[in-house]
Design a protein around this ligand. Structure first.
Ligand code: NAP
Length: 341
């Protein structure tokens, strides 16, 4: 075993944000690195993921967190990929690539049962944080399990240039949707939706009311709404949904930084007459889909029919900047932090 580094830099939450998180709510600290105890491996992280759901774990906003809150002064946990540099457990060897949940840090000591060996020969390591990772599975579970997508459905996806949205839209297209419509926050992203991800129609939600633009894009209404945004998007979708329409309530990023709960969709009562189904989801409930998801998505990736984007921010120092960038739309596709070592 080669010499281990003496210290690892890691991001801690040091104050609970109220409203929009500020850089001073986080601190980059150093911690000692030691040889892994029995049953553990030591991983040198190459990339870690920053995700909107983490906002719910940081703050005081009630009702949005579906994982336990982060403790103040502890490492921000989340998905990361890296290479085993020391192992004290059979089944993992130095040099193995692994996915784990050790979070925003350079080196992570991980119990073997919380690490998954990954194959970085046919896809890049980052794919396990994006197209073949948690966000990919969210798109797959949300569309097929939660929204019960079926061939011929017209589908609207919000946050469509993001990690989950871009994949949900493409999965719908590849599975026989009659029309796939997406919304995003810039004209450049709208162009990516149309030209790269194969959406049939797309609009910039910042340039005109969502309801107006959706109605125009969906002349025959929609059957499925994949919600990652909430707020005006959800309200617009309810108006455009056809009878027996289905909504996958995957995320509501427009309200994660709200201090007071926002007013609900004013038109919710339309759901009664239209017999709509609105169903929440949490990706971790859908682990049993993993083999089918991996097989389907890998095949589409291999054939080139499904593409994905990543916005890779360089350097652990930029960890919080990358996270905060999710709320200002700095990313196209999955937001990932790359570590320089
Ligand atoms: P993402 O879409 O890659 O990144 C966030 C995007 O949200 C930004 O790029 C930005 O794009 C958009 N955004 C930010 N503030 C907005 C606002 N006020 N109004 C409209 N759009 C806004 O993130 P992701 O990882 O794919 O996650 C997408 C959503 O799914 C999030 O709500 C997340 O919490 C949710 N999610 C849920 C589960 C689950 O298990 N339920 C699992 C994964 C993700 P624009 O430039 O287009 O504004």
């Amino acid at each position: 075993m080669s010499a281990l580094p003496a210290t690892s830099r890691e991001w801690h939450l040091v104050a609970r944000p109220e409203g929009e998180p500020r850089p001073e709510d986080f601190a980059l600290r150093e911690a000692p690195v030691t040889a892994p105890p029995e049953g553990h491996i030591l991983v040198r992280n190459h990339y870690f993921s920053v995700d909107p759901y983490m906002r719910g774990r940081m703050g005081v906003t009630p009702g949005y967190a579906y994982f336990p809150p982060y403790e103040l002064g502890e490492v921000l946990g989340g998905h990361a990929v890296g290479e085993v540099i020391a192992s004290n457990v059979p089944g993992f060897a130095v040099g193995d690539d692994v996915l784990h949940f050790g979070g925003w840090r350079e080196y992570a000591e991980v119990p073997a049962e919380e690490a998954t060996g990954i194959d970085a020969q046919s896809v890049p390591l980052t794919a396990y944080l994006s197209v073949l990772g948690m966000t990919g599975l969210s798109a797959y579970a949300g569309l097929f399990e939660i929204a019960s997508f079926k061939k011929g459905d017209a589908v609207f996806v919000s946050g469509a240039a993001g990690a989950v949205g871009s994949q949900a839209g493409q999965l719908a297209r590849l599975s026989g949707a009659s029309r796939v419509i997406g919304s995003a926050g810039t004209d450049e992203k709208v162009k990516v939706l149309l030209e790269e991800f194969g959406f049939d129609a797309a609009f910039n939600y910042r340039t005109a009311p969502v309801a107006e633009q959706l109605e125009q894009a969906a002349c025959d209404g929609i059957d499925v709404y994949f919600d990652t945004v909430g707020g005006d998007h959800l309200e617009a979708a309810i108006s455009s949904l056809n009878e027996y329409g289905r909504v996958a309530l995957c995320g509501a990023i427009a309200q994660y930084n709200d201090i007071e709960p926002p007013p609900g969709p004013r038109n919710l009562a339309e759901a009664i007459g239209k017999r709509l189904s609105l169903r929440g989801m949490i990706v971790t409930d859908h682990q049993t889909l993993l083999p089918r998801f991996t097989e389907d998505v890998s095949a589409w990736v291999r054939s080139g029919e499904l593409t994905w984007r990543e916005t890779v921010v360089q350097g652990i120092e930029k960890g919080t900047e990358a996270f905060l960038g999710l709320f200002s739309g700095d990313n196209t596709g999955k937001m990932i932090v790359r570590l320089d070592h």
